[in-house]
Each structure stands twice: as C-alpha cells, then as structure tokens.
Write a protein that binds this ligand. Structure first.
Ligand code: ADP
Length: 477
C-alpha cells in the first residue's frame, strides 16, 4: 500500500517537537509491513543541500502563494518529497516563526500550498507511484483532507493525526479565496471556527479517520478541559477517532550504542550510568551528590507544568537531590530556571537552548526525568527515559498515564513499576512525587529493579505501526 504522509516537520531534518520524531520513525516501522511511505514536507533552507541529489517529480503553477515543484530524494532511510517553493520557504527563521519570534504572516499560504500539493499528487500520482492513503499530521497538513473532499473524489482516503490540539492554525475568513476553498463550506459544520478558518478543525471534519497519539489523550480531547474548543467537533467524529501510542526510534535512542554518551550501558551494566552523570555534572557545574539527579528536557511552556516545578526546586534540593534542565521557550521560564541555578549552585544546573546530543547525555546520566505536564498528547521524553533506565516522574495525563506504571505497592510487589505518577500538577503534588522518588532511590535494590523493568518495557514502533497499518487497511476496504 502506498501512503503519502504530509507534515511540516520530520526528524532528523527539521524538528521543533515530538511530531518530527514520529514522522521520522514511523515510515521505517511501516516498511516491513509492506507499506511504501513517502513523506512530503516544505523545502526549508535546512533541506536545500538535499535538492540537487533529488529528482523533480512534479511541478505546480498555481499553488496558494505561487508556483512550486516537488523534488523526491532518499535520505536517512526515508523517501522525501520536498515542496520547493522559495517564495514561501526560503527564509531565515524557524518553521512557523520568523527571527522576531512571531508567526510568519503568510503561514496560511505556506501550509495551504503544502496541503494542496499533496492533494494534487493524490489525484495525478507521481511517476510509478500513486498514494492510496493520505496521512496528514497536525494543523499544518489539515487542509489536505479538505482539498481531497472538495474535489469530490472518494479516493484516496485520508487520516489526520493530532499531535497537539493546542495548535489549530486559525486565520481570518479573508484567506478562504486565496486558499481556493469553497465559500459554501464555510459554516459551523464545515471549515468555520467562530468566524475564522481553522486548518485543524477543517481537517477534523473532512478527514476519513482521526487519530491522536495516545488512547488516554483520545478520550481527554472529547472533554472541554482538554479539547481546547474542539471537543464538540471531536465528539461528532468520536466513531472515527482513535488513539495510537507513539513509539520511539530505538536505533537512535539505544543506550548500548549511543555516541552522545560518555559511556554506553545496558540493563546489566547500569553502574556505568555514573560516568554519564559525571559528564553532566562537569558540563553544568554540579557537585558530587548522594541523592538522585533529576533532569528536565523540554520546551519551556505552561503546557509542561514547569512554572509549578520551579516552585518545588527548594524542596528538591532539601531532599538532597540535584536538577539538570535543558530547555528553551518562554522567557519568564528561562529566567526562573536560570535564577534557580544561581540560587542553588552545584545543585541545580541549567542549559538554555536546544541541544540534541546533550539531551541524550542527560537521559544517559540522570536517575529520573521530571514531566509534570498539564496535558501531554503522548510525550516522548518519558519513553526515552524508560529505555535509558531514567525513571519518569510524570503527571497522570495523556500518553504519560498510558506509558508509566506507578511505583505503588501492588505494582512493586509484582515487579512492573517503571516510574512515579504524580497525584496532581500542584506544588504539593510535585513535591510529594520528588520525595517518593528520593525514598525509592535510597533503596538501591528496589531502584535497580525498577530500572530493569523500565528498560524491558517495549517502547519501539512495532505495535503502533501495526495499528496504523490496520487503520489504513480498514479505510481502503
Ligand atoms: P513536545 O512535542 O510537546 O515538545 P515531546 O515529549 O513529544 O514534547 O517531544 C519533545 C522532543 O523534543 C523530544 O525528542 C525531546 O527530547 C526534544 N527536546 C525538547 N526540548 C529539547 C531541547 N532543549 N534540546 C534537545 N531536545 C529537546
């Protein structure tokens, strides 16, 4: 079966979050099941070096925002379809924001063009290849199912995956014409969202199936607390909505062969993690410590509960633990953690910025990873933590709740506990979780048992790739 994935990010080429990891790894997991997946994404400047190695497979004269061409190229085990439209994508800055940190003013064109190019490929095919399923990811690809339906064709079927419902791609109604969308579909049961066009909502209405990245988040987004205004639309699609847990790329994230580590290790050589901890300590100026080293690897936003975690730092230090944080995002949070590092020198170390290699080292050398998210569609860092014997301390929400087994008495008794689930994302809740983690850490036998259980937990793509393949097959039937 031929599957066209449409996305604005794909690891390792362009990444701002978990979406990139998923799109970068899922095609490789689907290949052994007999699926031929190609990944369409914008040719941002970071991808320009690939263009000369590729082959032009399509030209478009009149996409939203001007002409474009599609270049197919193989890289890192993926078949990429790069939409080369320099007037939309050849700019310094990030995928969604300019150097001033503000959204690009023409994001509706940048991602409308991507969606429309995808739909045209579905109709016309490429030399020797025609999509049988279109799989769109997040709001940036949300219009692709709409363009398919608008053309009145029943094939191919489309799937839209929600990686984070907080981002909805909302634009004023004046963009409708520029995007070639039908006026008579601009109503509450169609493209319209409270007077605006919402790319995500439109996709949710017109896709044949909707998925999100964990079973718990699939249930949560049906409620006002988590649905971010789209709960009604989702309830109407509930029969076509499912949650398929993300996996991780177990090749890129393998503690026994990870080149970013000071020392590789496996479940039988856990003591070697200490060498990675020493390397982290040297980089962040941490003292030698008897207590556990907690880490945070995250976008610094309210979603992640890190404002509340900052309040619990004095408690963490008083418990004899240390904290290493790698992240970037909201200035107020960057400042709060920079201040905490100054306030507790040797105990709290902070690196502001994005650093892929250091994120691996932190997973390799920390004892626990803190993820007190207010909502978390799936979450990847707890899965990396499990694989590296770095026990997750997580909020009871979304994919965190689906992947971490709390160290309660019953789970410990049968040896399946893999982490610590917080009762609430409040200062008290986080402090209690930190205390429980420190107490467990002091019992070396119990801790190592949990680490081994964590490292045994399957976190690869096998199960979920099969679930996607089954979904595609159902749609085709
Ligand atoms: P989200 O997609 O909401 O940001 P996820 O946990 O699903 O959260 O995915 C985040 C991804 O980004 C993980 O691969 C994580 O390791 C990575 N990441 C986040 N912040 C940083 C950072 N500052 N440096 C390196 N990697 C980071």
């Amino acid at each position: 079966m031929n599957v066209l994935m449409v996305t604005s990010e794909c690891a390792p080429f362009v990444k701002t979050g978990g979406l990139a990891d998923v799109v970068g790894a899922l095609p490789g997991a689907l290949a052994p099941l007999g699926l031929d997946v190609r990944v369409m994404l914008p040719a941002y400047p970071g991808l320009f070096p690939l263009l000369p190695q590729g082959e032009e497979v399509a030209r478009f004269d009149d996409l939203p925002g001007g002409p474009g061409r599609l270049v197919q190229v193989q890289a890192q085990g993926l078949v990429l379809l790069l939409l080369d439209a320099p007037q939309l994508y050849d700019r310094a800055g990030k995928p969604y924001t300019g150097p001033d940190g503000r959204d690009w003013a023409d994001n509706h064109l940048r991602f409308g063009a991507l969606a429309q190019a995808a739909a045209r490929i579905c109709f016309d095919g490429l030399p020797g290849w025609k999509p049988e399923v279109l799989h769109a990811h997040d709001w940036q690809a949300g219009l692709a199912p709409v363009y398919l339906k608008q053309a009145g064709r029943a094939v191919p079927k489309s799937v839209l995956t929600i990686h984070n419902i907080a981002f909805q791609g909302r634009f004023g109604p004046q963009v409708l014409g520029e995007l070639g969308l039908r006026d008579d579909w601009f109503h509450a049961d169609g493209l319209e969202y409270y007077g605006d066009l919402s790319f995500l909502k439109a996709g949710l209405v017109y896709a044949d199936a909707v998925t999100t990245v964990s079973p718990t988040y699939a249930r949560e987004i049906l409620t006002p607390e988590f649905g971010m205004g789209l709960e009604g639309v989702l309830q109407a699609r509930a029969a076509d909505l499912s949650g398929i847990l993300n996996g991780i790329d177990t090749g890129a994230w393998n503690p026994s062969a990870d080149e970013a580590l000071a020392r590789t290790f496996d479940a039988k050589t856990l003591a070697r993690k200490a060498e990675n901890r020493a390397e982290i300590a040297a980089r962040l100026g941490l003292e030698r410590g008897e207590g556990p080293l907690f880490c945070v690897i995250s976008r610094l936003t309210g979603q992640k509960g890190l404002d509340t975690l900052a309040e619990a730092i004095p408690h963490l230090v008083a418990e004899g633990a240390q904290l290493a944080l790698l992240g970037s995002g909201e200035p107020a949070l960057e400042e709060a953690y920079t201040r905490a590092a100054q306030q507790f020198p040797g105990r709290v170390g902070v690196q502001i910025g994005y650093d892929e290699a250091f994120s691996h080292l932190l997973q390799g050398g920390s004892d626990a990873i803190l993820i007190p998210s207010r909502f978390e569609p799936c979450g990847l860092t707890q899965l990396y933590g499990l694989r590296y014997g770095t026990l997750p301390v997580v909020a009871r929400t979304g994919g965190l709740a689906d992947t971490v087994i709390d160290a309660n008495a019953a789970a410990l008794a049968v040896g399946v506990a893999t982490g610590f689930v917080l009762d609430s994302v409040s200062r008290q809740g986080i402090e209690a979780g930190i205390s429980r983690t420190c107490a467990a850490y002091a019992d070396r036998k119990l801790w190592q048992g949990m680490q081994r259980a964590a490292m045994r937990q399957p976190v690869g793509w096998e199960t979920s790739a099969r679930a996607y393949a089954d979904l595609y097959a159902t749609l085709q039937a």
